[in-house]
Design a protein around this ligand. Structure first.
Ligand code: ADP
Ligand code: TZD
Ligand code: MG
Length: 580
């Protein structure tokens, strides 16, 4: 009704009386038209007013202390919602700060859009030294899935539509959208502006695999004497939880969850082979990958970890180029996981044969043996704590609060948490991902709390925390239900290194006995120091009950960790030693 009224006015009224709009409002309207409700960013020229206007229009605009953390929040928002997380940055330095997160999103196949203000094209292209001058589009392009620049207000609608579609369709990834300062102030007729906006229809179209590919996959799967299913974070992303659970259970095949796929089926599920990882990789004969790449995290599908048993791989992935990336894939199934798994389920019919009993027995007895071996270590009440004592109590807390989201980074703090803490629901474990990047912690915690409304428990190495630690102010400012536990062993891997060559400390150690809990008190949050598992348990439970921003400094024996956690074999020194 109102729209019709405006239309008739704009058609017949003289220029001076026409309703006008501008770049600021067109972008806001375009975002809202496409259901984008949240922006993560840092303000400054030329986007300060845009942030204000977006907030005034009802979009939630979360203001961070560093763009990288805003970017990580947007990246994880993409993973959790299947909609692009939006990060807003200022030109050159802000843009570059955000770019690490955009590249991270692309590497991890998370949909994200970094929208950055930029300097004037005319000046940048002549390299005349504009304020924060940089050819941002050219720099972003190789680091993301797609990059676009909008020069005219009437193209904002189509520009954002392209960005959204590029981010979420096919293999998701990061998209860069460059908006020069001048664009925001460009004025145009409001009616023409409204017409220029584009609502993206069916942004994530179903991609149904070919029936032959499904049949081939089922034939290969059936031929296995020792089959294995590996679930990757693509499977968690796909939000096809019910179909995946039905498929795994109907097949009766042991499954191995990759880190962020933990909880898709509970880690305590009878078919979970998480605690028998080496055995299933080594001895399986048919391996079905669902949304997991054969990259370094799976030893590229070959070598010692995969043993002598000849293997055939089945791979479900939306990206055709992923097939045969490291080794031959006997049965590629190209399509989206929801459609592919449903097609497989249909094809299995009513009486799918259970895998051979001796294989199931091998896997379950190995798993039970490993779990039993670990159990007593998790119950120690040593002070100072070792990782196992601390993680033993955190494990119980997560079991009692399966709804909470676990964020996790560090080296020992990462690897041991991943191995020890069971996850019970999909998309509840968020971590360093494909790059093993430090710094995702507080951005992920904020993004997860905002997007899901659930409480967050962030288990952080003391080094890892340092990469995003200032965002505890952001957590306090927005009063988010985030409890940060720092497993503080005085440094990177261990706090015991000594530099014998001079007075400087060793490169891997920090100030001894640092009290990170004092940091959050500066911003009105709750700080606690825990020197034993009992103290840790009390402090974390209090934090999770209260929902108040909390930081717990968990004092870990500086000698407890090992170099590079579980991936010490990737250090050049140890590779060198192996060759010798
Ligand atoms: P992990 O690190 O858990 O092993 P990866 O990030 O290596 O997982 O792999 C995720 C894979 O999932 C990527 O190859 C990506 O193309 C794929 N993927 C993401 N979303 C979907 C989807 N909806 N359908 C099919 N494949 C998907
Ligand atoms: N910089 C970035 C961005 N990512 C990285 N992965 C590293 C540096 C190297 N690195 C690791 O791979 S783990 C780690 C660094 C610096 C920190 C390990 O120390 P921590 O954990 O305190 O977080 P533990 O418990 O002491 O092992
Ligand atoms: Mg440490």
């Amino acid at each position: 009704m109102a729209e019709a009224a405006v239309q008739s006015i704009s058609a017949n009224t003289p220029e001076a009386e026409r309703e006008l709009t501008d770049g600021f409002h067109l972008l806001i309207d375009a975002l809202k038209l496409n259901g984008i409700k949240t922006i993560y960013g840092v303000p400054g020229i030329p986007i300060t007013d845009f942030g204000r206007m977006a907030q005034a229009s009802g979009i939630r605009v979360l203001s961070f202390r560093h763009e990288q953390n805003a970017g990580y929040a947007a990246a994880i928002a993409g993973f959790l919602t299947k909609e692009p997380g939006v990060c807003l940055t200022v030109s050159a330095p802000g843009f570059l700060n955000g770019l690490t997160a955009l590249a991270h999103a692309t590497t991890n196949c998370f949909p994200m859009i970094q929208i950055s203000g930029s300097s004037e094209r005319e000046i940048v292209d002549l390299q005349q030294g504009d304020y924060e001058e940089m050819d941002q589009l050219a720099i972003a392009r190789p680091l993301c899935k797609a990059a676009f620049r909008v020069l005219h207000a009437q193209d904002i609608g189509i520009g954002l539509a392209r960005a959204i579609r590029a981010a979420v369709s096919g293999r998701p990834g990061g998209v860069y959208l460059d908006l020069p300062a001048k664009l925001f102030g460009q004025v145009m007729d409001a009616e023409a502006g409204r017409k220029s906006l584009v609502k993206v229809i069916d942004p994530v179209p179903a991609q149904i695999p070919a029936p032959e590919a499904v049949k081939r996959a089922l034939d290969v799967l059936k031929s296995g004497k020792r089959p294995l299913v590996i679930l990757g974070k693509g499977a968690a992303y796909a939000q096809a939880d019910g179909a995946i659970k039905s498929f795994v259970e109907k097949s009766g095949i042991p499954f191995l969850p990759m880190s962020m796929a933990k909880g898709l089926l509970p880690d305590t599920h009878p078919q979970c082979a998480g605690a028998a990882r080496s055995t299933v990789l080594r001895d399986s004969d048919i391996v079905m990958l669902i949304g997991a790449r054969l990259n370094w995290l799976l030893s590229h599908g070959k070598g010692k970890a995969w043993g002598e048993t000849p293997k055939k791989f089945i791979q479900i992935d939306i990206e055709p180029k992923e097939m045969d990336s490291n080794i031959e894939i006997a049965a590629p199934v190209v399509g989206d996981i929801g459609s592919a798994v449903s097609a497989l389920l249909n094809g299995m019919g009513g009486n799918w044969p259970a895998p051979p009993a001796d294989w199931i027995k091998t896997v379950t007895s190995k798993r039970d043996e490993n779990i039993a071996k670990m159990a007593p270590r998790l119950m120690n009440n040593n002070s100072p704590m070792d990782y196992h004592g601390a993680l033993g109590v955190l494990r119980t807390i997560v079991k009692e609060r399966p709804d909470a989201i676990l964020v996790n980074e560090g080296a020992n703090a990462l690897d041991l948490t991943r191995g020890i803490i069971d996850i019970y629901q999909p998309r509840k474990r968020l971590d360093v991902g494909t790059w093993g990047v430090m710094g995702i912690g507080m951005g992920y915690a904020i993004g997860a709390a905002i997007e899901t409304g659930k409480p967050v428990l962030a288990i952080e190495g003391d080094s890892a925390f340092g990469f995003s630690g200032m965002e505890i102010e952001t957590i306090c400012r927005y009063k988010l239900p985030v409890c940060v536990v720092i497993l503080n062993n005085d440094g990177i891997y261990r706090g015991t290194d000594v530099n014998k060559a001079g007075p400087d400390p060793a490169t891997t150690v920090f100030v001894k006995g640092a009290r990170y809990d004092k940091m959050i008190e500066a911003f009105g949050g709750v700080g606690a120091n825990a020197t034993s598992p009992d103290e840790l348990k009390r402090a974390v439970n209090a934090a999770m009950d209260s929902g108040k921003p909390t930081l717990i400094n968990a004092v870990i024996d500086p000698a407890a960790g090992s170099e590079s956690g579980r991936i010490g074999n990737l250090n050049p020194q140890s590779r060198l030693a192996k060759k010798k």
